[in-house]
Write a protein that binds this ligand. Structure first.
Ligand code: C5P
Length: 442
């Protein structure tokens, strides 16, 4: 799936697109960085940006590379030279806009962008993503904002990136430059900046980044909630285990409309050793979970569970390594199943939530997908050696808890709020299940 996000500078495109990609587990492409890198290259070569013939000639020596770090940072290279920081300087913005008018330059950039788009679910951010590069993108967004707001945002961004320039930066000047770039971008003959006819317009002037991101996530889940194909082994075991629970435990799954693909914490109550299996086969996409380290050293089993997305918990090393693993998985756009109560229940009742959940949410900004499981305690209580052969299991997904709800709260306060909200979500789901599991889950 491709999400195309276009719009003039200062609308928050990059920040929004990056966050949308992270939340969906998609790859993010900032196509402006590509034009900027080419501009940097032109400047380095002391080539006159106004000389179209010379600029176009340089294209054949332009070797562009993106290095994606697993934690989401992106580094840009021209040849062997890293340009990540250098391309953000104001003079480069101007040259980028100048060279972006040349048809041959656009043609080569578009070719590279389409090549990137072939291999992945991605969010592409730029000026002509929806109108020219990906006319068939599943979701097209066009962001706008009032000029003075865009100027202010770009000014703050520059201040943050280049604090040394604080003295010389002038807000009015920044605004003028943006207006000038707008004009060049909107009036060039090839691929001018304009809203594709089927793009959805969002004015970000009076919205926070989180609000814009939420809107786009909502739109994306409305358009498609199809999930990436599971790998053969995962898919095979998934259907086998799912069939077992459906036949022997009459497993019923509710509230899947609350489920969204991509990064997030599946937070389930913990009654029994059956829970990790029941929860994972209730999720429509591949999910990740943690398992005791000792299991990984058992020949064959260790290899199998690793292949099924289990990750070892190193008890001796404390929680640090475990938290690191979870944070990395979340950053990479995966879902991780967690049992925030920390241990299995002795009586089938809900237990207090440990601090780990709020720590992870605050660190990763992950969405929590609350899950309530009923029936696994009766099927395999904690003190029994083997599960019962038959039973009835119900699993309910509740409304996602978004980290934005806790944004800006002081650490302790956020911890309290997250824990309480999680507890309330489980309590509501429990009541809903006990009242007969009718209608939609809370
Ligand atoms: O988005 P950013 O400000 O980094 O883009 C720099 C310049 O690159 C823009 O002003 C625009 O002229 C050009 N550009 C473009 N088409 C894109 C992305 C950027 O023409 N898809």
């Amino acid at each position: 799936m491709i999400i195309a996000i276009d719009g003039p500078s200062g609308t928050g495109k990059s920040t929004v697109a990056k966050e949308v990609a992270r939340r969906l587990g998609f790859t993010f492409f900032d196509t402006g960085a590509m034009y900027r890198s080419f501009a940097w290259f032109i400047v380095q070569k002391k080539c006159d940006p106004a000389n179209e013939v010379e600029v176009v000639k340089s294209l054949s020596d332009f070797h562009y590379r993106i290095q994606n770090h697993p934690l989401g940072e992106r580094r840009y290279f021209v040849g062997e030279q890293e340009v990540t920081q250098a391309i953000r300087e104001a003079p480069i913005s101007h040259v980028a806009s100048q060279v972006a008018i040349y048809p041959q330059v656009r043609k080569s950039m578009v070719k590279i962008q389409r090549e990137f788009g072939k291999s992945a679910d991605a969010v592409f951010e730029g000026r002509d993503m929806g109108s020219v590069v990906f006319p068939n993108a599943e979701l097209k967004i066009f962001l706008t904002a009032r000029l003075e707001i865009r100027g202010e945002r770009r000014f703050q961004e520059l201040l943050k990136k280049f604090p040394d320039l604080a003295e010389s930066l002038d807000m009015e000047q920044v605004q003028k430059e943006i207006a000038k770039r707008d004009e060049t971008d909107q009036n060039r003959a090839v691929s001018p900046l304009k809203q594709a006819s089927d793009a959805i317009l969002i004015d970000t002037s009076d919205l926070t980044v989180s609000q814009v991101v939420s809107k786009i996530l909502h739109l994306s889940s409305e358009i498609t909630n199809c999930y990436p194909r599971k790998r053969f082994l995962y898919g095979f075991i998934y259907w086998l285990v799912r069939g077992y629970f459906k036949v022997f435990f009459r497993l019923k799954i509710h509230g899947l409309h609350h489920y969204r693909r991509g990064s997030g914490i599946i937070a389930a109550n913990h009654n029994s050793n059956l829970d990790p299996n029941v929860v994972s086969i209730s999720c429509p996409e591949e999910v990740h979970f943690l398992a005791k380290e000792s299991l990984f050293s058992i020949p064959l089993l260790g290899k199998l569970i690793r292949n099924l997305n289990s990750h070892p918990v190193f008890r001796g090393a404390g929680d640090t390594q475990t938290f690191k693993t979870i944070l990395q998985l979340l950053q990479q756009g995966y879902k991780v199943i967690l049992f925030p109560e920390g241990k299995r229940s002795f009586d089938g009742n809900l237990q207090p939530i440990e601090r780990g959940l709020s720590f992870l949410v605050q660190k990763s900004k992950a969405t929590i997908f609350p899950v309530y499981v009923q029936g696994t305690f009766e099927a395999w209580p904690r003190l029994k050696k083997f599960p019962k052969p038959f039973g009835k299991i119900i699993l309910a997904f509740g409304s996602p808890i978004e980290w934005e709800e806790f944004e800006g709260l002081e650490k302790k306060e956020a911890e309290k709020e997250i824990t309480e909200k999680m507890g309330r979500a489980w309590a509501a789901l429990k009541k809903w299940v006990e009242d007969g599991a009718q209608g939609t889950t809370p």
